[in-house]
Design a protein around this ligand. Structure first.
Ligand SMILES: [Zn+2]
Length: 580
């Protein structure tokens, strides 16, 4: 029943003699590590990083080594075979039968742990039990490998080394091709299972892992905020968002598409078989000794699925100072002066990606001290701040901005940070808090200072409340900073390592600020429209952000093209209105 192929070393009796004397494989991490380094399969650094990743993620040493892309599956199996003396197993040469599950191992277990229990060609030994051949991919997975070995204690065993991929495909083929259900209604179910198995294997191939890690690495290098993987009719695209602008990168080959999407889904704990619905997940990855958090969003498109990955560099947000954002000392002084008052509302406004949250946190950090109780309501909590009580809104359990604020007021805060004023209820609670002796910091999604006042009144806040409570409004945008190394000048730019040839590196804030002046108060009470509110502000020294932008252009920190991009044409037109 078992046909031996003559040139199959794993089946030949000679091969058995080269295996460990006991017919087992005892995993010894140090001894294997020495072998890998000496034979040049992996460097000491690869092994150190893999051990650290394994320790933190609860993965096995060898799996971590593969997932980091330091070694390919084939190379690792060859090395493991040479080190242990256990022959290399080849699925395509395997003609033996799987052990009966009652006698061997359950199929699910074999699939998930990368082992195969096969009948051996030899006749039963003196005790009358038939010998067993065990194929293993990861003996460093200590728990499962020792469980397998103890299952066959007292039986004559021979250990062979395979790869997870080979084992997965082998088991999928055997289970799909045999059994009484093979051509009945369960066929589709089996097909799906084996397809998922195949996808999973594809996603764990070294080139895919390497591609993903390199993309993440490049993103870190350039300080990118997002990675976009897109698929079109005949090509794929990889783009990184650097300083707010997408930058094209060398794309993966179209053939890698399925595997790459799967790789991302596996890392983010998503359903790899789901292709028709959007999915969200998180990835925690260690890159160059830093822990990187990624928020993954996968959406179905005409040509397949696209992935967008946001890199969350919490440390950067925690460390940033307003000075680093390019705010002038006068602007910082005015903003702090209003925020340090005992009560009132300070609003930071701008579209998404205008750096509102960064400004808000920088402001908050300045206000946190032992005598001040600071409470925040956020969606989501971007990073944890020492000395601050932070609450994340959760509409599912009725924890909205509005009713969370109501609860907070009973918590005796001095300063309240409200992530965003989105609706009437939040606006009302924010103004009530400000008028009852609290300093409220928040953001609003408006383009400039004049439109912010209009928006508040549109939301249903009475003009006299706006007059009474608002201490200051700052509207802002981010413009890219010209690269100091190449100054965005050809041909130096093309070869510039500092900005990666982009010409810009880092960002600066452009802002405008106003308190509620007497003329503005009068105009609001008279029910003035946006145009007249703007005129009232201009009468009293309000400087639109395009003026601030000119300061940065004159200082050579940014350029005209960049200001036009970030502010719209209002940024270039000195007489036009500063609409974003
Ligand atoms: Zn440069």
């Amino acid at each position: 029943m078992i046909a031996q192929t003559p040139n199959n070393p794993s089946g030949s009796p000679q091969a058995a003699r080269t295996a460990a004397p006991s017919g087992t494989l005892r995993y010894d991490a140090r001894s294997l590590a020495r072998h890998l380094v000496v034979t040049g399969v992996a460097s000491e650094n690869d092994l150190r990083v893999a051990a650290e990743v394994a320790r933190r993620s609860g993965s096995s040493d060898l799996r971590a080594l593969l997932e980091l892309g330091s070694v390919g599956e084939d190379a690792l199996a060859a090395a493991l075979s040479a080190w242990s003396g256990c022959p290399r197993w080849r699925a395509e040469d395997e003609t033996g039968a799987l052990l009966d599950p009652n006698d061997g191992l359950p199929e699910d277990f074999m699939k998930s742990h990368g082992v195969v229990a096969l009948e051996a060609a030899e006749p039963p030994d003196a005790s009358g039990t038939a010998p067993v051949r065990l194929v293993v991919a990861d003996p460093s997975d200590h728990l499962s490998w020792s469980a397998v070995q103890s299952r066959f204690v007292g039986r004559s065993t021979r250990v062979l080394v395979g790869t997870q991929k080979e084992i997965g495909l082998f088991l999928a083929e055997r289970s799909a091709g045999s059994g009484p259900d093979a051509d009945t209604g369960t066929e589709t179910a089996l097909d799906v299972t084996s397809e998922i198995g195949a996808l999973r294997e594809l996603a764990s191939e070294a080139p895919v892992i390497r591609f993903f890690n390199q993309a993440a690495d490049r993103a870190m290098d350039l300080g990118a905020s997002d990675i976009h993987v897109e698929r079109y009719d005949r090509r794929m695209s990889l783009r990184l968002r650097v300083d707010g602008v997408l930058v094209e990168q060398p794309p993966p080959p179209p053939a890698m598409y399925e595997a790459l999407l799967c790789r991302i889904k596996i890392l983010a704990n998503l359903d790899i078989a789901e292709r028709r619905r959007a999915q969200d997940g998180r990835i925690k990855l260690r890159l160059r000794g830093r822990s990187v958090d990624m928020r993954v969003s996968i959406v179905p498109t005409t040509y397949g699925q696209d992935a967008a990955i946001r890199l969350q560099d919490r440390q950067r947000l925690a460390d940033i100072k307003l000075e680093d954002l390019g705010f002038s000392p006068e602007n910082i002084g005015r903003l702090f002066a209003v925020a340090e008052k005992s009560h009132g509302i300070v609003l930071i406004t701008g579209p998404t990606g205008s750096g509102k949250t960064t400004t808000l946190y920088a402001l908050l950090r300045r206000l946190v001290n032992a005598e001040t109780k600071v409470v925040t309501v956020e969606d989501p909590v971007e990073y944890q701040m020492d000395g601050v009580t932070q609450i994340q809104v959760n509409p599912a359990i009725n924890l909205t901005f509005g009713n969370t604020l109501r609860n907070i007021l009973r918590h005796d805060p001095d300063v309240i940070l409200v992530g965003e004023v989105r609706d009437k209820e939040t606006a009302e609670m924010a103004f009530q808090s400000a008028l009852t002796g609290h300093m409220v910091l928040s953001t609003l999604h408006t383009n400039d200072v004049p439109s912010t006042f209009v928006r508040l009144i549109d939301m249903g806040v009475e003009p006299y409340l706006v007059n009474a409570a608002v201490e200051g409004v700052q509207a802002q945008r981010l413009v890219r900073r010209v690269c100091v190394a190449c100054a965005n000048k050809e041909p130096a730019r093309a070869a510039c390592r500092v900005c990666g040839g982009i010409g810009y590196k880092g960002r600066l804030a452009v802002m405008e600020f106003s308190t509620v002046s007497a003329a503005l108060k009068r105009a609001m009470l008279q029910g003035a429209d946006e145009h007249r509110l703007r005129d009232a502000l201009l009468q009293e020294g309000y400087l639109p952000m395009r003026v601030d932008a000119l300061r940065l252009i004159d200082a050579g920190l940014t350029d005209e093209a960049e200001v036009v991009r970030a502010l719209g044409h209002a940024g270039a037109d000195a007489t036009g209105e500063a609409r974003g």
